[in-house]
Design a protein around this ligand. Structure first.
Ligand code: HGY
Ligand code: MN
Ligand code: MN
Length: 411
């Protein structure tokens, strides 16, 4: 089966067609979870899968499963897939590549008339990005039981709309029960979203695992007052306290090198009026580290020093940890299947740990799992300029095909 190769142009054309849904002026994509654009992208994907003879089912979290039957169809499927939702200023490949690479595998197997022993499924996981509905990876988290269905449905966006309501509104509140199905193996193809593969001139990242993450919501409360008559000495300026904590977050990131990442991405000042002293600031903190110990130390330092900052200037502080994803290690046999796929395809490859979180980081809790990375230009992602070459994307998809066949045809 090794002479099986995917169709590079067809994969590229599908990526470009999907990228038109939510296309932004700067060449990116804004197709956030459970919006009408997300529905449009989901509908397009479902139509492509049905055209390939797949049966398509949707679960109660809106996760989509397109299934190509196996000769021994009662066996647990080999699954691949990723997400179709994007960041507000996202790119054409983050998540979408893993979904459409899975579809390209199905298309190639159909072209070759190759019947796999096990069924093959392509999954689309709901709300991987976590920008409209926090935290990230809710669909795959709920699938493996980290959230109950009620908890996940109750998550609200900045306008107070809940995931449950929005799933119903876009017609993706399915009736397939959440999780509980055996998966023989799960492979996710994804762009690296960092600079390592490009710097090392490698085409394939054999992903051995992912770093841990801790996400926080921080609220600093002071007192709104007039910017003119209020003397500096008696002010309780929430923005001053919040700004000092932003600097603290950055210092923690630098102090826990090598490996740490620390980001404040969302920042809301109230009342955000130029001549009123800010009374309340709410912002996000995203900590990451490959080692759980270090990640806990980063958290401890944030809690201790933020309290000292705000207490010292009469402000109130609330830090709410909204998500913790420990570092994970993928299944060695699946990682080996990816390594073998790269070797047989004659592609340059290296083992790598993922800096980003992915749905595979959840699915690995219920199935043997591994990921395949391909480079993206300058390592840039979560940016409208995100770019990758048709050749690298096709190479990663060939490795995905090899890994899936390795497990789907296994005796
Ligand atoms: O935040 C992440 O790592 C992923 O892009 N949701
Ligand atoms: Mn992604
Ligand atoms: Mn992303």
């Amino acid at each position: 089966m090794r002479n099986l190769r995917i169709n590079q142009d067809r994969l590229w054309d599908s990526l470009m067609e999907m990228a038109r849904i939510g296309a932004t002026e700067k060449g990116g994509v804004n197709r956030q979870a459970l919006t009408d654009l997300d529905r449009e992208g989901r509908d397009l994907f479902v139509s492509w899968c049905e055209a390939q003879g797949c049966s398509v089912r949707v679960d109660t979290m809106g996760n989509i499963f397109a299934r190509r039957a196996g000769t021994d169809d009662g066996l647990a499927p080999v699954m691949t897939g990723s997400h179709l939702d994007t960041q507000p200023t996202g790119g054409k490949y983050d998540g979408v590549y893993g979904v459409l690479a899975g579809l390209e595998v199905i298309r190639t197997l159909n072209d070759m008339g190759h019947a796999t022993r096990r069924p093959v499924e392509v999954a689309v996981w709901t709300n991987e990005e976590g920008c409209r509905f926090a935290p990230a990876m809710v669909g795959s988290s709920a699938y493996v039981g980290k959230f109950s269905l009620e908890e996940a449905h109750a998550i609200r966006d900045g306008e107070g709309k809940s995931m449950g309501e929005e799933l119903e509104r876009i017609g993706y509140l399915g009736d397939l029960p959440l999780g509980g199905r055996e998966i023989a193996a799960f492979f996710e193809a994804h762009i690296e979203q960092g600079p390592i593969l490009e710097a090392e001139r490698k085409t394939i990242g054999i992903v051995r695992g992912a770093q841990g993450q801790r996400w926080f919501d921080v609220t600093v409360t002071g007192q709104e007052a007039h910017a003119g008559p209020t003397p500096m000495a008696i002010r309780r300026d929430a923005l001053v306290g919040a700004s000092r904590i932003v600097d603290l977050v950055n210092r923690i990131g630098h102090d826990f090198q090598p490996g740490a990442c620390a980001t404040v991405g969302q920042f809301v000042v109230a009342p955000n009026s130029r001549n009123t002293i800010p009374g309340r600031v709410v912002f996000s903190v995203d900590f990451r580290h490959p080692e759980e110990e270090r990640l806990s130390e980063m958290k401890a330092r944030l809690l201790a020093e933020a309290e000292a900052i705000t207490g010292g200037i009469g402000l109130d502080l609330e830090i709410d940890e909204i998500w913790h994803q420990p570092p994970i290690v993928f299944d060695e046999a699946c990682v080996a299947a990816v390594a073998k796929g790269a070797e047989v395809s004659g592609l340059s490859a290296m083992r790598i740990t993922s800096g980003a979180g992915h749905d595979a980081c959840n699915i690995c809790e219920v199935a043997p799992t591994a990921m395949i990375f391909v480079p993206c230009e300058d390592g840039i992602s979560h940016n409208e300029a995100e770019e990758a070459t048709a050749e690298d994307l096709a190479a990663g998809c060939d490795v995905l095909l090899g890994a899936i066949l390795d497990r789907a045809d296994a005796p």
